[in-house]
Ligand binder design. Structure first.
Ligand SMILES: *Cc1c(COP(=O)(O)O)cnc(C)c1O
Length: 479
């Protein structure tokens, strides 16, 4: 028996590389990453390929070991080449993500040390670090000391946690759902609808409040709808407002909406997944007034704090409401309860065992300090306003609302022909060029181009390049 065990041990020990093997693998992987970063300024922002990474399927998971050089090659050609390149500063579509280097170091450390950040007893320091980060977010939003939150994998999960918390805080039970009303706008992110559905609330009534000319919720219409619903025996429950919509970057009038929510006793959930961290810079602070009037707010460090994907956050003004919706107990967890000094992600979210995602946020913030984040955010706003100004100087372009944050919508009006078709062709030409990537949307049923400046790698030269490409492609399509 011992011989069998020893044989198994010999094979199992392959899971623990020695220092020589570690050095070799680190050298290869770091070499790959360094080359990627060196090449990045010249890599396409979107790469169209025939095979779309299909070759990955020709390398099934088998018993035998692989060779690191081959595997890095497979990743390079099948994963890091086809499709969108979110690491590129020339990615200006949708809401670009980040990917700061220092976060990767935090992730690497978190993976090596593998601290258990779900439970206070298991890793009090890791839990304190994550709580300290959510408390910091609560403070920049202007929430009181009662606030707390959770670092999530992204905004969609954060919205789900927020909506479930709001549901329980207002004691919405299955029998109440059909009479329960949610107020939002047509510009609300689709993850709100998804969260309502996953949260068992799909049968509730959704009131889409009319928008002003800049795609912001009209507060007087909101109040009118609430009063009307209450008078007809319905249960007005939740207002979902946006602090930076995905489509146009619009910020709803949060101060007024906050007053209405308090006056009529509704829960106010703020979706600031994209816009939230702009509060850190002067122009953003001017636009994002009244965030503290909400009951819950979500913000994505993987958007406006330039982190790699996998970082969202939910902050709740009254931490206990978050706890009431998510705490648990189990016999096999009994010895973790006694020494608890702080609530942990296991108490405050649907998760238990989880990635220690605090470190990827804490390390860059501490290493770099807040200053470069503040300045990069202000730079993004100024870049989008610069683009807005430069495009308005060109003849033939029609612009959407002035960018309060960092999204600009626009389209070209050719002298003749179908405007929608022209802009679709223009977008196609720009994307096919692979140099800069912008995306499109439909506003008031019109095909509209949009630019979102969110990447920390986007600077003035990229915006100038985009303007040149726009001029060139318009000239090409109108000749
Ligand atoms: C991106 C976004 C979301 C969803 O966040 P994910 O991190 O992609 O899950 C929600 N709301 C808004 C306004 C967004 O821009």
């Amino acid at each position: 028996m011992e011989r069998i065990i020893k044989d198994l041990e010999f094979s199992a020990r392959r899971l623990e590389p020695d220092i020589i093997e570690r050095k070799k693998l680190l050298g290869k992987v770091i070499g790959y990453c360094q080359e990627f970063l060196n090449d990045l300024p010249n890599l396409p922002s979107y790469h169209f390929t025939e095979d779309k990474g299909r070759d990955i399927n020709n390398w099934p998971i088998v018993d035998e070991p692989g060779e690191i050089d081959n595997l890095l090659n497979l990743i390079k050609t099948n994963v890091d080449s086809p499709g969108l390149n979110p690491a590129s500063g020339r990615h200006l579509g949708y809401i670009p993500g980040g990917g700061i280097f220092h976060s990767a170091l935090g992730d690497f450390m978190a993976d090596i040390t593998n601290r258990y950040a779900g439970v206070f007893f298991a890793s009090p320091g890791a839990v304190r670090m994550e709580n300290m980060l959510t408390n910091w977010m609560a403070s920049i939003v202007g929430y009181p000391e009662t606030a707390g939150g959770n670092l999530t994998s992204g905004g969609s999960i954060a919205n789900l946690i927020g909506i479930v918390t709001a549901r329980d805080a207002h004691s919405i039970k299955a029998r109440d759902i059909e009479k329960t009303v949610v107020y939002m706008t047509a510009q609300a992110h689709h993850s709100i609808d998804k969260a309502l559905r996953i949260g068992g609330l799909n049968e509730c009534i959704r009131r889409l409040i009319p928008l002003d000319n800049s795609f912001r919720m009209k507060p007087e219409e909101l109040e009118r709808a609430i009063i009307k619903d209450r008078n007809s025996g319905l249960n007005p429950w939740l207002i979902v407002a946006s602090a930076g919509t995905t489509d146009v970057g619009a910020v709803d009038p949060i101060v007024e909406i906050g007053q209405i929510s308090r006056k009529h006793n509704l829960w106010l959930h703020l979706d600031a997944a994209y816009g939230g961290f702009f509060i850190l810079c002067p122009s953003g602070k001017e636009v994002l007034k009244g965030l503290d009037k909400s009951d819950t707010i979500i913000m994505d460090p993987h958007k406006s704090l330039f982190l790699p994907y996998g970082s969202g956050a939910i902050i709740v003004k009254d931490k206990l409401k978050l706890l009431e919706s998510h705490h648990y107990s189990a016999n096999y967890m009994q010895d973790t309860e006694a020494s608890r000094e702080e609530f942990a992600p296991g108490d405050l979210s649907p998760e238990l065992s989880k990635h220690f995602r605090g470190l990827r946020l804490w390390l860059p913030l501490k290493l770099l300090g807040l200053r470069p984040f503040r300045d990069a955010l202000e730079e993004k706003i100024q870049l989008s306003r610069y683009f807005y100004r430069e495009i308005s100087k060109l003849s033939g372009f029609e612009l959407g609302p002035f960018p309060e944050l960092s999204v600009v919508t626009f389209r070209y009006k050719p002298k003749s022909g179908d405007i929608n078709k022209f802009n679709k062709a223009l977008l196609n030409e720009i994307q096919k060029g692979e140099r800069v990537f912008i995306s499109s949307t439909k506003l008031k049923n019109k095909f509209t181009l949009r630019l979102a400046v969110v990447s920390f790698r986007t600077h003035l030269d990229t915006i100038d390049e985009l303007i040149e490409i726009l001029k060139e492609k318009v000239a090409f399509l109108t000749k």
